[in-house]
Design a protein around this ligand. Structure first.
Ligand code: IPM
Ligand code: MG
Length: 363
Protein backbone atom coordinates (compact mmCIF):
# COMPACT_ATOMS: atom_id res chain seq x y z
CA UNK A 1 0.00 0.00 0.00
CA UNK A 2 0.97 3.62 -0.50
CA UNK A 3 0.28 6.17 2.22
CA UNK A 4 0.56 9.94 1.93
CA UNK A 5 1.85 11.51 5.10
CA UNK A 6 1.85 15.24 5.75
CA UNK A 7 4.98 16.16 7.69
CA UNK A 8 5.19 19.19 9.94
CA UNK A 9 8.76 19.41 11.18
CA UNK A 10 8.16 22.68 12.97
CA UNK A 11 10.60 24.50 15.22
CA UNK A 12 13.31 23.80 17.79
CA UNK A 13 14.10 20.09 18.00
CA UNK A 14 11.17 19.33 15.66
CA UNK A 15 13.18 18.82 12.43
CA UNK A 16 15.75 16.59 14.20
CA UNK A 17 13.25 14.25 15.81
CA UNK A 18 10.95 14.03 12.78
CA UNK A 19 13.91 13.06 10.58
CA UNK A 20 14.51 10.05 12.82
CA UNK A 21 10.83 9.06 12.75
CA UNK A 22 10.84 9.17 8.94
CA UNK A 23 13.96 7.01 8.91
CA UNK A 24 12.13 4.44 11.04
CA UNK A 25 8.96 4.63 8.89
CA UNK A 26 10.98 4.04 5.74
CA UNK A 27 12.66 1.02 7.32
CA UNK A 28 9.27 -0.39 8.34
CA UNK A 29 7.94 0.31 4.85
CA UNK A 30 10.84 -1.59 3.28
CA UNK A 31 10.36 -4.52 5.64
CA UNK A 32 6.58 -4.83 5.25
CA UNK A 33 6.21 -3.66 1.65
CA UNK A 34 4.62 -0.21 2.06
CA UNK A 35 5.43 3.04 0.38
CA UNK A 36 5.27 6.17 2.51
CA UNK A 37 5.20 9.49 0.63
CA UNK A 38 5.95 12.63 2.60
CA UNK A 39 4.63 16.09 1.91
CA UNK A 40 6.22 18.81 3.99
CA UNK A 41 3.80 21.32 5.54
CA UNK A 42 4.82 24.56 7.24
CA UNK A 43 3.41 25.39 10.65
CA UNK A 44 4.56 27.37 13.68
CA UNK A 45 7.51 29.74 13.87
CA UNK A 46 9.06 28.51 10.62
CA UNK A 47 5.78 29.29 8.86
CA UNK A 48 5.69 32.77 10.42
CA UNK A 49 9.21 33.40 9.12
CA UNK A 50 8.32 32.17 5.63
CA UNK A 51 4.76 33.47 5.20
CA UNK A 52 3.92 35.80 8.10
CA UNK A 53 1.25 33.35 9.33
CA UNK A 54 1.65 30.43 11.76
CA UNK A 55 -0.58 28.28 9.50
CA UNK A 56 -1.75 29.24 6.02
CA UNK A 57 -4.95 28.03 4.34
CA UNK A 58 -2.75 26.22 1.87
CA UNK A 59 -1.10 24.32 4.74
CA UNK A 60 -4.53 23.34 6.12
CA UNK A 61 -5.56 22.05 2.69
CA UNK A 62 -2.32 20.07 2.41
CA UNK A 63 -2.98 18.51 5.83
CA UNK A 64 -6.54 17.64 4.83
CA UNK A 65 -5.32 16.02 1.63
CA UNK A 66 -2.95 13.71 3.57
CA UNK A 67 -3.87 10.29 4.98
CA UNK A 68 -2.35 11.41 8.30
CA UNK A 69 0.02 14.07 9.59
CA UNK A 70 3.23 13.49 11.51
CA UNK A 71 4.42 16.48 13.48
CA UNK A 72 7.55 17.40 15.45
CA UNK A 73 6.98 20.44 17.63
CA UNK A 74 6.39 24.13 17.23
CA UNK A 75 7.22 27.32 19.09
CA UNK A 76 10.29 28.92 20.58
CA UNK A 77 11.47 30.52 23.78
CA UNK A 78 8.47 32.57 24.93
CA UNK A 79 10.64 35.18 26.69
CA UNK A 80 13.24 35.79 23.99
CA UNK A 81 11.86 34.75 20.59
CA UNK A 82 10.50 37.55 18.37
CA UNK A 83 7.51 35.30 17.55
CA UNK A 84 6.14 36.12 21.01
CA UNK A 85 6.09 39.85 20.29
CA UNK A 86 3.32 39.16 17.74
CA UNK A 87 -0.39 39.31 18.65
CA UNK A 88 -1.61 36.04 20.23
CA UNK A 89 -3.40 34.84 17.10
CA UNK A 90 -0.23 35.20 15.02
CA UNK A 91 2.08 33.20 17.30
CA UNK A 92 3.30 29.65 16.60
CA UNK A 93 0.80 27.96 18.98
CA UNK A 94 -2.12 29.63 17.20
CA UNK A 95 -1.19 27.55 14.15
CA UNK A 96 -1.52 24.31 16.08
CA UNK A 97 -4.85 25.31 17.64
CA UNK A 98 -6.17 26.32 14.22
CA UNK A 99 -5.09 22.99 12.74
CA UNK A 100 -6.76 21.02 15.56
CA UNK A 101 -9.97 22.96 15.09
CA UNK A 102 -10.00 22.95 11.27
CA UNK A 103 -9.52 19.19 11.18
CA UNK A 104 -11.95 18.61 14.07
CA UNK A 105 -9.31 16.66 16.03
CA UNK A 106 -11.36 16.42 19.20
CA UNK A 107 -9.83 13.28 20.70
CA UNK A 108 -6.29 13.53 22.01
CA UNK A 109 -4.73 10.27 23.19
CA UNK A 110 -1.65 10.58 25.36
CA UNK A 111 -0.34 7.26 26.62
CA UNK A 112 1.87 7.43 29.71
CA UNK A 113 3.74 4.20 30.15
CA UNK A 114 6.66 3.42 32.42
CA UNK A 115 9.19 1.19 30.67
CA UNK A 116 10.75 -1.43 32.91
CA UNK A 117 14.18 -0.26 31.72
CA UNK A 118 13.46 3.35 32.64
CA UNK A 119 12.40 2.84 36.24
CA UNK A 120 15.67 4.50 37.20
CA UNK A 121 14.65 7.70 35.39
CA UNK A 122 11.28 7.88 37.20
CA UNK A 123 11.31 10.50 39.96
CA UNK A 124 8.90 8.53 42.18
CA UNK A 125 9.85 6.23 45.07
CA UNK A 126 10.30 2.53 44.30
CA UNK A 127 7.32 1.51 46.45
CA UNK A 128 5.09 3.87 44.44
CA UNK A 129 6.45 2.64 41.10
CA UNK A 130 5.86 -1.01 42.05
CA UNK A 131 5.22 -3.01 38.89
CA UNK A 132 5.12 0.20 36.85
CA UNK A 133 2.12 1.92 35.34
CA UNK A 134 0.38 2.28 32.03
CA UNK A 135 -2.29 4.90 31.53
CA UNK A 136 -3.96 6.69 28.69
CA UNK A 137 -4.91 10.33 29.03
CA UNK A 138 -7.91 11.06 26.80
CA UNK A 139 -8.02 14.81 26.45
CA UNK A 140 -10.83 16.70 24.73
CA UNK A 141 -8.98 18.90 22.24
CA UNK A 142 -11.29 21.29 20.40
CA UNK A 143 -13.47 22.83 23.11
CA UNK A 144 -13.32 24.45 26.52
CA UNK A 145 -11.15 27.39 27.50
CA UNK A 146 -8.89 26.99 24.47
CA UNK A 147 -11.66 27.86 22.03
CA UNK A 148 -14.05 29.99 24.09
CA UNK A 149 -14.61 33.67 23.56
CA UNK A 150 -11.91 35.85 25.00
CA UNK A 151 -11.23 39.52 25.35
CA UNK A 152 -9.12 42.09 27.13
CA UNK A 153 -10.93 45.40 27.60
CA UNK A 154 -10.65 48.49 29.66
CA UNK A 155 -13.48 48.71 32.17
CA UNK A 156 -13.76 51.41 34.82
CA UNK A 157 -10.21 52.56 34.27
CA UNK A 158 -8.52 49.17 34.41
CA UNK A 159 -7.87 46.28 32.06
CA UNK A 160 -10.12 43.25 32.47
CA UNK A 161 -9.36 39.96 30.69
CA UNK A 162 -11.91 37.21 30.07
CA UNK A 163 -11.70 33.63 28.86
CA UNK A 164 -14.78 31.46 28.66
CA UNK A 165 -15.22 27.74 29.13
CA UNK A 166 -18.03 26.20 27.10
CA UNK A 167 -18.93 22.56 26.49
CA UNK A 168 -21.95 21.16 24.68
CA UNK A 169 -23.49 17.74 25.27
CA UNK A 170 -22.34 16.63 21.81
CA UNK A 171 -18.74 17.61 22.50
CA UNK A 172 -18.71 15.76 25.81
CA UNK A 173 -20.51 12.67 24.52
CA UNK A 174 -18.19 12.04 21.58
CA UNK A 175 -14.98 12.24 23.64
CA UNK A 176 -16.54 10.17 26.44
CA UNK A 177 -17.47 7.45 23.93
CA UNK A 178 -13.92 7.42 22.61
CA UNK A 179 -12.62 7.12 26.16
CA UNK A 180 -14.85 4.15 26.97
CA UNK A 181 -14.06 2.50 23.61
CA UNK A 182 -10.36 2.73 24.37
CA UNK A 183 -10.92 1.44 27.92
CA UNK A 184 -12.64 -1.64 26.46
CA UNK A 185 -9.34 -2.49 24.72
CA UNK A 186 -7.33 -1.88 27.91
CA UNK A 187 -7.98 -2.58 31.59
CA UNK A 188 -11.62 -1.43 31.35
CA UNK A 189 -11.39 1.41 33.82
CA UNK A 190 -12.24 5.07 33.20
CA UNK A 191 -11.48 7.91 35.59
CA UNK A 192 -13.39 10.96 34.44
CA UNK A 193 -11.74 14.10 35.75
CA UNK A 194 -13.61 17.36 36.32
CA UNK A 195 -14.16 20.20 38.79
CA UNK A 196 -17.85 19.50 39.37
CA UNK A 197 -17.75 21.01 42.86
CA UNK A 198 -17.28 24.43 41.23
CA UNK A 199 -17.93 24.51 37.47
CA UNK A 200 -21.19 24.15 35.53
CA UNK A 201 -19.29 22.80 32.53
CA UNK A 202 -17.95 20.05 34.80
CA UNK A 203 -21.40 19.21 36.14
CA UNK A 204 -22.63 18.74 32.58
CA UNK A 205 -19.48 16.73 31.84
CA UNK A 206 -20.29 14.39 34.74
CA UNK A 207 -23.93 13.96 33.69
CA UNK A 208 -23.06 13.05 30.09
CA UNK A 209 -20.21 10.75 31.11
CA UNK A 210 -22.69 8.86 33.30
CA UNK A 211 -25.07 8.49 30.37
CA UNK A 212 -22.29 7.18 28.16
CA UNK A 213 -21.04 4.86 30.92
CA UNK A 214 -24.44 3.16 31.00
CA UNK A 215 -23.69 1.78 27.52
CA UNK A 216 -20.45 0.18 28.75
CA UNK A 217 -21.44 -2.11 31.64
CA UNK A 218 -18.07 -3.88 31.51
CA UNK A 219 -16.14 -0.70 32.18
CA UNK A 220 -15.65 0.42 35.77
CA UNK A 221 -15.76 4.18 35.98
CA UNK A 222 -15.31 6.83 38.61
CA UNK A 223 -15.33 10.60 38.82
CA UNK A 224 -12.38 12.44 40.28
CA UNK A 225 -11.87 16.13 40.95
CA UNK A 226 -8.95 17.53 39.01
CA UNK A 227 -7.00 18.77 42.04
CA UNK A 228 -7.25 15.35 43.62
CA UNK A 229 -6.22 13.73 40.33
CA UNK A 230 -3.08 15.89 40.20
CA UNK A 231 -2.22 14.57 43.65
CA UNK A 232 -3.15 10.93 42.91
CA UNK A 233 -0.89 10.91 39.83
CA UNK A 234 2.17 11.17 42.06
CA UNK A 235 0.72 9.37 45.09
CA UNK A 236 -0.53 6.25 43.31
CA UNK A 237 -0.27 6.38 39.50
CA UNK A 238 -0.92 2.64 39.25
CA UNK A 239 -4.63 3.16 39.98
CA UNK A 240 -5.23 4.72 36.55
CA UNK A 241 -6.12 3.14 33.25
CA UNK A 242 -7.97 5.73 31.10
CA UNK A 243 -8.14 9.31 32.36
CA UNK A 244 -10.92 11.13 30.52
CA UNK A 245 -10.93 14.90 30.78
CA UNK A 246 -11.54 18.27 29.17
CA UNK A 247 -9.02 20.33 27.25
CA UNK A 248 -7.29 22.47 29.89
CA UNK A 249 -7.22 19.83 32.63
CA UNK A 250 -5.87 17.35 30.08
CA UNK A 251 -3.11 19.73 29.05
CA UNK A 252 -1.90 20.02 32.62
CA UNK A 253 -2.42 16.42 33.73
CA UNK A 254 -0.72 14.98 30.64
CA UNK A 255 2.48 16.91 31.37
CA UNK A 256 2.35 15.64 34.93
CA UNK A 257 1.71 12.07 33.82
CA UNK A 258 4.59 12.27 31.36
CA UNK A 259 7.02 13.31 34.06
CA UNK A 260 6.11 10.43 36.35
CA UNK A 261 7.12 8.11 33.52
CA UNK A 262 10.61 9.58 33.60
CA UNK A 263 10.75 11.81 30.57
CA UNK A 264 8.44 13.71 28.29
CA UNK A 265 10.87 12.68 25.54
CA UNK A 266 9.32 9.20 25.58
CA UNK A 267 5.66 10.06 25.16
CA UNK A 268 3.74 9.93 21.93
CA UNK A 269 0.30 11.30 21.17
CA UNK A 270 -2.48 11.06 18.63
CA UNK A 271 -5.19 13.62 17.86
CA UNK A 272 -8.12 12.05 16.07
CA UNK A 273 -11.41 13.10 14.50
CA UNK A 274 -14.26 10.78 13.56
CA UNK A 275 -12.55 9.52 10.41
CA UNK A 276 -9.30 7.55 10.15
CA UNK A 277 -7.32 10.77 9.86
CA UNK A 278 -5.04 11.74 12.71
CA UNK A 279 -2.29 14.17 13.71
CA UNK A 280 0.57 12.43 15.50
CA UNK A 281 3.11 14.27 17.58
CA UNK A 282 5.34 13.82 20.61
CA UNK A 283 3.76 15.12 23.81
CA UNK A 284 6.77 17.34 24.48
CA UNK A 285 7.54 20.78 23.16
CA UNK A 286 10.14 22.26 20.84
CA UNK A 287 12.86 22.47 23.54
CA UNK A 288 14.62 25.48 21.97
CA UNK A 289 17.36 25.25 24.61
CA UNK A 290 18.70 22.00 23.15
CA UNK A 291 17.72 22.46 19.49
CA UNK A 292 20.45 21.76 16.94
CA UNK A 293 22.70 19.96 19.42
CA UNK A 294 21.80 16.45 18.26
CA UNK A 295 20.88 15.34 21.78
CA UNK A 296 17.05 15.40 21.72
CA UNK A 297 15.25 12.12 22.35
CA UNK A 298 13.53 11.04 19.10
CA UNK A 299 11.64 8.15 20.76
CA UNK A 300 8.38 10.05 21.41
CA UNK A 301 8.18 10.99 17.73
CA UNK A 302 9.08 7.48 16.61
CA UNK A 303 6.35 6.09 18.89
CA UNK A 304 3.94 8.70 17.50
CA UNK A 305 4.69 7.32 14.03
CA UNK A 306 3.83 3.87 15.43
CA UNK A 307 0.51 5.26 16.69
CA UNK A 308 -0.13 6.62 13.19
CA UNK A 309 0.39 3.17 11.69
CA UNK A 310 -1.96 1.67 14.27
CA UNK A 311 -4.80 4.21 14.39
CA UNK A 312 -4.88 5.74 10.91
CA UNK A 313 -3.58 2.89 8.73
CA UNK A 314 -4.58 -0.21 10.77
CA UNK A 315 -1.01 -1.52 10.45
CA UNK A 316 -0.80 -3.21 13.83
CA UNK A 317 2.09 -5.58 13.10
CA UNK A 318 4.13 -2.66 11.78
CA UNK A 319 3.35 -0.57 14.88
CA UNK A 320 4.25 -3.52 17.11
CA UNK A 321 7.57 -3.80 15.28
CA UNK A 322 8.46 -0.19 16.06
CA UNK A 323 7.40 -0.44 19.69
CA UNK A 324 9.34 -3.69 20.05
CA UNK A 325 12.46 -2.12 18.54
CA UNK A 326 12.23 0.79 21.00
CA UNK A 327 11.97 -1.62 23.94
CA UNK A 328 14.93 -3.58 22.62
CA UNK A 329 17.09 -0.49 22.32
CA UNK A 330 16.35 0.44 25.92
CA UNK A 331 17.01 -3.12 27.03
CA UNK A 332 20.33 -3.04 25.21
CA UNK A 333 21.28 -0.09 27.38
CA UNK A 334 21.13 2.89 25.01
CA UNK A 335 19.81 6.18 26.38
CA UNK A 336 19.55 9.78 25.26
CA UNK A 337 20.59 12.31 27.88
CA UNK A 338 17.05 12.92 29.21
CA UNK A 339 16.59 9.29 30.23
CA UNK A 340 19.97 8.64 31.79
CA UNK A 341 19.53 6.78 35.09
CA UNK A 342 19.77 8.80 38.30
CA UNK A 343 21.95 6.22 40.00
CA UNK A 344 24.68 6.22 37.35
CA UNK A 345 24.08 2.57 36.37
CA UNK A 346 26.01 1.53 33.32
CA UNK A 347 24.28 2.52 30.10
CA UNK A 348 25.49 4.05 26.85
CA UNK A 349 24.54 7.65 26.15
CA UNK A 350 23.72 8.34 22.50
CA UNK A 351 22.52 11.28 20.42
CA UNK A 352 19.39 11.77 18.33
CA UNK A 353 20.65 10.28 15.06
CA UNK A 354 22.36 7.33 16.70
CA UNK A 355 19.17 6.52 18.63
CA UNK A 356 17.24 6.49 15.33
CA UNK A 357 19.85 4.20 13.74
CA UNK A 358 19.80 1.82 16.71
CA UNK A 359 16.01 1.51 16.50
CA UNK A 360 16.12 0.89 12.74
CA UNK A 361 18.74 -1.82 13.30
CA UNK A 362 16.36 -3.63 15.68
CA UNK A 363 13.28 -3.61 13.47
C1 IPM B 1 0.11 20.58 24.14
C2 IPM B 1 0.70 21.96 24.12
C3 IPM B 1 -0.28 22.90 23.42
C4 IPM B 1 -1.56 22.90 24.22
C5 IPM B 1 0.26 24.33 23.23
C6 IPM B 1 1.54 24.33 22.43
C7 IPM B 1 -0.76 25.24 22.61
O1 IPM B 1 0.99 22.37 25.41
O2 IPM B 1 -0.12 20.02 23.04
O3 IPM B 1 -0.11 20.05 25.22
O4 IPM B 1 -1.67 23.62 25.23
O5 IPM B 1 -2.46 22.15 23.85
MG1 MG C 1 0.67 20.92 26.92
Amino acid sequence: MTYNIGVIKGDGIGPEIVTEAIKVLDAVGAKFGHQFNYNEILMGGCSIDATGEPLTDEAIEAAKASDAVLMGSIGGNTSTSPWYKLPADKRPEAGLLKLRKSLNLFANLRPAYLYEELKEACPLRDDIIGEGFDMMIMRELTGGLYFGERSTKEENGQLVARDSLTYSETEIRRIAKRGFDIAMKRKKKVTSVDKANVLDSSRLWRKIVEEVAADYPEVTYEHMLVDNCAMQLVKDPRQFDVILTENMFGDILSDEASMVTGSIGMLSSASLNDTKFGLYEPSGGSAPDIAGQGIANPIATILSAAMMLRYSFDLDAEADAIEGAVKKVLKDGYRTIDIMPRDGSAVKQVGTVEMGDLIVARL
